[in-house]
Design a protein around this ligand. Structure first.
Ligand code: NAD
Length: 274
C-alpha cells in the first residue's frame, strides 16, 4: 500500500506560518511584491532597502496589520559587507532563525564596455551578486541547524542570455545563477533548496516611468513603446506582475517545492526560448 500522499496543495493562506523571511531590496518593486506575498502566506518578514522613512514605516505597518505577522526593517546597504552582517545578526537575534532568504536587491547601469565606469561595475557586482554571497553565508548555519531553508535569488533573463551595454548587470546575474547552483549542491542533503528566478520584464513603477519617458522621447504611443521597445525581446508581449513573482516565491518556499533545487527558472514570456 502506498504511504499517505503528502499535502502538496497547501492553502497559500498561512502556508508559511512560523517561518521568517528576509527579502533584500523590498522597499519597492519586485522585492515588495515578494515580501507582501510571503507575509500573506503567514511568514514574518524582514524588509530591506532604501526609501523615505515615512513610506517604509507605512509599508511595515500595512503588512503587519493586514497579515498579522511581525514585520521588521533593516536599512542595510547591500554594497557593504559589514552592513549586511549587521542585518543578518540582528535578524537572527530578533527571530532566532531565518528560513527564507530572498536576494532581490539590484541596480542597473547601461553603457558600452569601453565607457563603463569602473565604480559602476564595482557597485553593480557588489549589490547584485556579492551581497547574496554574504547573506547566504550568514544565513546558512541557522538553516542547517533547523534542517530547513529556502534560498531564492532574483536573477534575471540576463542571468541566462546577454544584451549589449549591460556588461556588469549580465555578468552579475550570470554569477547569481552560478552561485545558486553551488549553494544547491552544498545543501542538497540538508533540507535546504536554492533556486534562481529569472524574470524578463516585470511591471514596476520604474518600468512605468520608462514607458512614459520613451513615449515622450520618441513621440509614439505607449502601446508601441511597450511592444516594440521594452518588450521587443519578449514573445508574449506582456509584463509579468510583482504578484506573479510573489506567488512563485511562495511556491518555491513551500514543501511542495522540496525537490526543486539548483534551477534558474525563467519567468520571461518565452524570451530565453529563442
Ligand atoms: P527597484 O529599483 O524597484 O527595487 C530595487 C530595490 O533594491 C529597492 O528596494 C531599493 O531600495 C533596493 N536597493 C538598491 N540598492 C540597494 C542597496 N545598496 N542596499 C539595499 N537595497 C538596495 O527594482 P526592481 O525592478 O523591483 O528589481 C528588483 C530585482 O529584480 C533586481 O535584482 C533586478 O535586477 C531584478 N529584475 C527586475 C526586472 C524588472 O523588469 N523590473 C527584470 C529582471 C530582474
Amino acid at each position: 500500500m502506498n504511504a499517505p500522499a503528502p499535502n502538496l496543495t497547501p492553502s497559500v493562506e498561512k502556508s508559511l506560518k512560523g517561518k521568517v523571511s528576509l527579502v533584500t531590496g523590498s522597499t519597492s518593486g519586485i522585492g515588495l511584491g515578494i515580501a507582501r506575498a510571503l507575509a500573506a502566506a503567514g511568514s514574518a518578514v524582514v524588509l530591506n532597502g532604501f526609501g523615505k522613512p515615512a513610506e517604509i514605516a507605512a509599508t511595515q505597518y500595512e503588512l503587519s496589520d493586514r497579515f498579522n505577522v511581525p514585520v521588521e526593517y533593516s536599512g542595510a546597504d547591500m554594497s557593504d559587507p559589514d552592513s549586511i552582517a549587521q542585518m543578518m545578526h540582528k535578524t537572527l537575534k530578533t527571530f532566532g532563525r531565518v528560513d527564507i532568504l530572498v536576494n532581490n536587491a539590484g541596480i542597473q547601469h547601461v553603457a558600452p564596455l569601453h565607457e563603463f565606469p569602473p565604480a559602476k561595475w564595482d557597485a553593480v557586482l557588489a549589490i547584485n551578486l556579492s551581497s547574496a554571497f554574504h547573506t547566504i553565508r550568514l544565513a546558512l548555519p541557522a538553516m542547517v541547524a533547523n534542517k530547513w531553508g529556502r534560498v531564492i535569488n532574483i536573477a534575471s533573463a540576463h542571468g541566462l542570455v546577454a544584451s549589449a551595454f549591460k556588461s556588469a548587470y549580465v555578468a552579475a546575474k550570470h554569477g547569481m545563477v552560478g552561485l545558486t547552483k553551488v549553494v544547491a549542491l552544498e545543501t542538497a542533503e540538508l533540507g535546504i533548496t536554492s533556486n534562481a528566478i529569472c524574470p524578463g520584464y516585470v511591471y514596476t513603477p520604474l518600468v512605468e516611468a520608462q514607458i512614459e519617458g520613451q513615449a515622450k522621447a520618441h513621440k509614439i504611443p505607449r502601446e508601441q513603446v511597450v511592444r516594440e521597445i521594452l518588450l521587443a525581446q519578449q514573445p508574449n508581449k506582456r509584463f509579468a506582475s510583482v504578484d506573479e513573482l510573489g506567488a512563485l516565491t511562495v511556491f518555491l518556499a513551500s514543501d511542495a517545492a522540496a525537490s526543486i533545487t539548483g534551477v534558474a527558472l525563467p519567468v520571461d514570456g518565452g524570451w530565453t526560448a529563442h
